[in-house]
Design a protein around this ligand. Structure first.
Ligand code: F2R
Ligand code: MG
Ligand code: MG
Length: 319
């Protein structure tokens, strides 16, 4: 790290890092890795020559906004407030998962969305939708890993009740919390701390393998899919490979193809929490959409979240 970011910089870096990763990755969501390899030689090339025009974020950021708004309002994840925020923010054109979209439409219409979340898929959804939006929980509860785990669990439930969908969110939130601590990354202990918390071998085993990852060529072994088990550890591993570069972290995640917006959103949130907002390339940030709930709104929301964090710790808040 060149200059040490403040904790507030890390909160802003986390939320804007998520949004920029999502919005850049969205250009390539669903593309096969072979397409990405033909188009870009390296992560640096992608970051320095992004697609032209504004960067529009997707459901990943839209739902993370709902999580952050709930935390600012309630100081914790309140299930009913979170559902209300998800429904109020729902914009189908942001591109939601098949099941998530049905659940969110039911929330907005006052229908039995809990029944749908439990029954649309056998055992509930194990998609990565709970993990892609959970980063605000990680920074808010960064001082207490047990609280991170518990709050991330509640934040998943409106749409994802499958144990693997829930645990994906818990692991990602804890990855953000640990990254925000302001200590130089010790890869071995970072991945081991995460693995030790996990109940599912799908996560603990992959996290222990990710601790030993030493070349970007093998990043794809962790998956590039829409399932939480095929994307959450991939995002954390992308961060672990290049902890000192936000651009390379999201670039490497996007070059995998597949669920590029979501893997880059998750990796970008962790990297932003570690390096602070100053590490996000300014030309990418300048391209992020800035109407309504765009860049300025997200930045202020992150600052308000930091204020809520300070208030919860009994620290004096800024006006
Ligand atoms: N959905 C997309 N992108 C595709 C199209 C976007 C397009 N541009 C558009 O405009 O429409 N992206 C977003 O979805 C992912 C997050 O999904 P989430 O919220 O987890 O949704 P869902 O439906 O709950 O789960 C996703 C799929 O996973 C499979 N699945 C889940 N649980 C399952 C189970 N128990 N058994 C079998 N399959 C299960 C299903 O295929 C679900 O549809 C992110 O990529 C986000 O960016
Ligand atoms: Mg998306
Ligand atoms: Mg996606």
């Amino acid at each position: 790290m060149s200059t040490e970011p403040t904790l507030e910089d890390r909160f802003v870096g986390c939320l804007l890092g998520l949004a920029v990763g999502d919005a850049l990755g969205a250009h390539f969501e669903g593309q096969p890795v072979a397409f990405m390899e033909r188009k870009y030689r390296s992560a640096r090339q992608l970051i320095h020559s992004p697609p032209p025009g504004e960067l529009w974020y997707t459901d990943d950021t839209q739902m993370a906004i709902g999580v952050a708004e709930t935390l600012v309002r309630c100081g914790e994840v309140d299930f009913d407030v979170l559902c209300e925020r998800f429904a109020a923010n729902f914009l189908p054109q942001r591109g939601y998962g098949r099941g998530a979209r049905i659940v969110l439409e039911a929330m907005g219409a006052g229908h039995d969305h809990k029944y749908l979340a439990e029954n649309l898929f056998p055992g509930g959804s194990f998609g990565n939708g709970a993990a892609m939006r959970v980063a605000p929980v990680g920074v808010m509860f960064r001082d207490d890993p047990s609280a991170v785990w518990k709050q991330a669990h509640t934040s998943a439930l409106p749409t994802h009740v499958h144990p693997l969908g829930i645990e994906g969110a818990q692991v990602l939130a804890l990855a953000v919390a640990l990254a925000s601590q302001g200590e130089e990354l010790n890869r071995e202990s970072y991945f081991e701390t995460l693995a030790e918390r996990c109940g599912a071998p799908e996560y603990s085993g992959a996290l222990r393998r990710a601790a030993r990852l030493d070349t970007v060529r093998d990043l794809g072994l962790f998956g590039n899919g829409i399932e939480a088990t095929a994307s959450v550890v991939t995002a954390i591993a992308a961060f672990g490979l290049t902890p000192d570069s936000y651009g390379e972290t999201i670039g490497n995640a996007i070059l995998l193809g597949g669920d590029t917006d979501t893997i880059a959103a998750m990796a970008g949130a962790i990297s932003g929490a570690y390096l602070g907002v100053g590490a996000i390339p300014s030309d990418l940030l300048a391209k992020l959409e800035d109407r309504k709930q765009g860049k300025s709104y997200i930045e202020q929301l992150a600052r308000d979240l930091y204020g809520a964090y300070e208030a919860a710790r009994g620290l004096p808040t800024k006006d």
